[in-house]
Design a protein around this ligand. Structure first.
Ligand code: PGA
Ligand code: ZN
Length: 412
């Protein structure tokens, strides 16, 4: 089995231009695994800490001081790599070494192992013999923490080619809707600048419902029926609106406030009216009972936890007990190490909670998450539609198209 022969790190920048850490792990002196950590803008309260003291340099220093501890370990032994990281940081949120370091070391190690073993990363991460492509779901219109004043309060309107039979078709359909949406936006506002948010979705000056209407219009213009060839999704990212002191959701840009009951109705009306296939964080990150209400009401929509479940197997277990969601986002850096994230995936899969493997708004051009989505049996891969760092993940799916072990698209 391949053994780790060198570990190095460096400071680079993510797609938002913020500093982050990249780690190189080499097995048997020649098989390089290289991973650069992403980071979020609308971060869940219970996520792993990105860096100690918010300083990537501190994580890098820790890596340099401890790199010898990884030398000689089998690079495919994810548990051994994880345990070594845990010997440096036994906190519950990686506050000592930084979740970004745990992310980069564990994934780079598995990538290095997969090269040495001459198999794709998804095969190294799973013992399954058959895989499916997760359906790409991507941001076509952005607001909230990912775009500026005047844009919708809700964070993301997403497109998903639910009727696509192939990965090529799914990606092309999402791209077509993204392009058509620009035309719709330009027509209804000639001063639209073509500005985009952090994840590549258009960022027009529009109120929430209007933004949904133009998104639906773009689909219709292309001859698609919502709920058939394509479907819309929304990441409400409601913790951004939630004001603990007032006990209300504040929609500052649109100029209204929602009580808890009003927020549930607001989300339910949107799910109904736009036939959403996907509704993420429709209530704030600690409102498990309110999410459960929506999950019970919409069994055919992926009522999804992101900030709610933060890729934590313990929090997901709590969510499952109260039936808070029927789907959950998997973001490795929310958990910290890949080992933690795969444990979370097991809990989800054993309990029929559908997985959506996801990018962060601040990304690198890496594409390992495409493999992680395949290996975990994720139903969807949420990686945006355009932008170099988003396209990189979609292009990786296309490279894997026709691969012997992958047969067809996931069924939701
Ligand atoms: P983030 O947003 O990466 O900025 O946290 C993505 C999301 O909320 O899904
Ligand atoms: Zn989210």
């Amino acid at each position: 089995m391949p053994k780790i022969t060198s570990v190095e790190g460096r400071i680079l920048f993510n797609s938002r231009g913020s500093k982050t850490i990249e780690v190189d792990i080499v097995s048997d002196n020649r098989f390089l695994g290289r991973v650069c950590s992403p980071s979020g803008a609308s971060v869940g309260k219970y996520e792993a800490v990105s860096f100690p003291n918010e300083n990537p340099e501190d994580s890098l220093k820790i890596l340099k001081q401890n790199s010898q501890k990884f030398i000689g370990l089998e690079s495919s032994d994810l548990k051994a790599i994880h345990d070594t990281l845990r010997s440096l940081d036994n906190s519950n949120n990686y506050s000592i070494i930084g979740g970004s370091l745990a992310f980069a070391v564990t994934i780079a190690s598995m990538e290095s192992a997969s090269k040495a073993l001459e198999q794709p990363l998804f095969k190294t991460l799973s013992t399954d013999s058959e895989f499916k492509f997760p359906i790409p779901i991507g941001n076509i219109l952005g607001g909230g923490a990912h775009a500026g004043p005047g844009t919708p309060d809700i964070q993301e309107i997403l497109i998903c080619a639910t009727g696509a039979k192939t990965i090529e078709d799914a990606i092309e359909t999402n791209l077509a809707v993204h392009k058509e949406l620009r035309k719709v936006l330009q027509k209804q506002d000639p001063s639209f600048t073509n500005g985009r948010g952090d994840e590549g979705g258009w960022a027009p000056k529009l109120e929430n419902l209007k933004a949904l209407e133009v998104s639906a219009k773009a689909c219709e213009n292309l001859g698609f029926t919502l709920g058939k060839e394509v479907a819309l999704g929304v990441d409400f990212a409601s913790s951004t609106q939630w004001n603990e002191g007032k006990g209300k959701y504040l929609y500052d840009r649109a100029g209204f406030e929602n009580s808890t009951g009003e927020q549930i109705d607001f989300a339910a009306d949107i799910i109904d009216k736009f036939k959403l296939i996907y509704a993420e964080d429709a209530v704030h990150e600690e409102a498990f009972e309110d999410m459960a209400e929506l999950a019970a009401k919409f069994p055919n929509t992926l009522v999804t936890g992101d900030d709610l479940t933060v890729t934590s197997k313990d929090i997901l277990t709590k969510a499952i007990k109260v039936k808070a969601c029927n789907a959950a986002i998997l973001k490795v850096n929310q958990a910290g190490s890949l080992y933690d994230a795969l444990e979370f995936a097991n809990v989800a899969n054993q309990n029929n909670v559908k997985l959506i493997t996801s990018h962060r708004s601040g990304e690198s051009t890496d594409s390992q998450i495409s493999h992680i989505g395949i290996a975990t049996g994720s139903k969807m891969l949420k990686v945006g539609v355009v932008g170099g760092e988003r396209i990189a993940k979609l292009n990786e799916l296309l490279r894997l198209s026709g691969h012997d072990f992958i047969c067809g698209m996931a069924e939701i």
